[in-house]
Design a protein around this ligand. Structure first.
Ligand SMILES: *Cc1c(COP(=O)(O)O)cnc(C)c1O
Length: 376
């Protein structure tokens, strides 16, 4: 089955007469049962919930996983669960341009002496492989946030496997439609379902997808004990979002590609970072390892200082000035307004998450702002 059919057909109730077409939101804290509890029993709602199971089934099929995904209360709950795979006293290799929350959490655990962190430029394959000596877990984002660098996933995942290093790919930016890390050799995939999967900026949810049932079992037992579980309605909203994932991704990606081309030509723009542009440093890698497109996040460095760029953002009408990404509405943000953003991210750089609005309206809004910058 094609992925754009799976998003619609997966996670449905049994095909029997009079069954509801959609899975219900199952609100219960416990399940009926007598006798010894077996691994197949639902038992208690911290272990599992039928509404999560529907979401977990679709996501696993999208990522070509051999076992259901695990849903979490947020993307960060999933990240935190994955980071516990770094043994105490072990070493985590982390891209220097990773999701803020992941970097901060890793740093805190390093400060507490739990494990040590090596940061790498994940686009530099040789340096990243060299950093794997004696390491325990390699964390990868590709494209990276917010620089949109592309990691050589097949080379890094194979190199990590040879060295016995566990690999975890945060696939939030690419979505399982454009990139399937398990097929490329990853042990674990992380999602902030808050972004593209749910897709409407109305819910927080996270997920892990495992390459083996053994790893899933271990993480499931841990999720049950730590309790970072989603509410059934949140899982239902995310599943409802997944139904339109393919059309949203296709539409927003076309808009992003068009805007990247036009932005590149604008005199007030110094640089556009988007792997879909032929001149982008990550273009060839992305073309080889991403399936069917380059995503709908891009970053733009205008020829103006941070204050002028903030002024541009505050005058936009169609774009929403906000953090986050992957929703139907286009969001724009100067990333360095977060004081924890790495200094290697230009102070005046804007990250754009292209939504599904008409691309001409998105362009007119941006163009007017950039024209005003050029006139200053
Ligand atoms: C947003 C995000 C997260 C964290 O997810 P939340 O749902 O906000 O907790 C992790 N990784 C990436 C790449 C993200 O964009």
């Amino acid at each position: 089955m094609h992925k754009d059919t799976v998003v619609v057909a997966g996670g449905r109730p049994e095909h029997v007469h009079d069954a509801p077409v959609n899975p219900p939101v199952v609100l219960t804290s416990t399940y009926r049962g007598t006798g010894a509890v077996t691994a197949e029993d639902r038992s208690y709602a911290r272990l599992t919930n039928p509404t999560w199971e529907a979401f977990e089934d679709v996501l696993a099929r999208l990522e070509n996983a051999p076992c259901p995904a695990l849903s979490y209360a947020s993307g960060m709950a999933a990240v935190a669960a994955a980071l516990t795979l770094v043994p105490v006293g072990g070493t985590l290799v982390l891209p220097r341009h990773s999701y803020q929350g992941s970097m901060q959490l890793a740093r805190r655990w390093q400060e507490r002496g739990i494990f040590s962190v090596r940061t790498v430029d994940v686009a530099d394959t040789r340096a990243t492989l060299a950093a794997l000596d004696g390491a325990d877990v390699l964390w990868i984002e590709s494209p990276t946030n917010p620089m949109l660098e592309i990691a050589d996933l097949p080379a890094l995942l194979a190199g990590a496997r040879e060295r016995g290093v566990l690999t975890c790919v945060d696939n939030t930016f690419a979505t399982p439609l454009l990139q399937q890390p398990l097929d490329l050799g990853a042990d674990l995939v992380v999602h902030s379902a808050t972004k593209y999967l749910a897709g409407h900026s109305d819910v927080l949810l996270g997920a892990l997808v495992c390459a083996t049932a053994g790893l899933r079992e271990r993480l499931h037992a841990q999720r049950t004990l730590e309790g970072a579980i989603p509410g059934p309605f949140e899982a239902w909203l995310a599943l409802r979002g997944v139904r339109t994932l393919a059309v949203r991704v296709e539409r927003s990606m076309a808009g992003a590609a068009e805007l990247a081309r036009r932005l590149e030509q604008h005199p007030a723009v110094m640089q556009v970072r988007y792997p879909g542009l032929p001149g982008d440093p990550g273009h060839e890698r992305a073309a080889a390892q991403m399936t069917g497109g380059f995503g709908s996040v891009l970053s733009v460095v205008p020829r103006a200082d941070a204050a002028a760029v903030e002024d541009l953002v505050s005058h936009l009408g169609v774009w929403t000035p906000a953090t986050s990404l992957g929703g139907v509405e286009s969001l724009i943000e100067r990333r360095r307004r977060h004081h924890d953003e790495p200094r290697s991210v230009p102070e005046n750089m804007l990250r754009l998450s292209v939504g599904i609005e008409n691309v001409e309206d998105l362009w007119e809004d941006l163009r007017a702002g950039l024209d005003a910058l050029a006139d200053r």
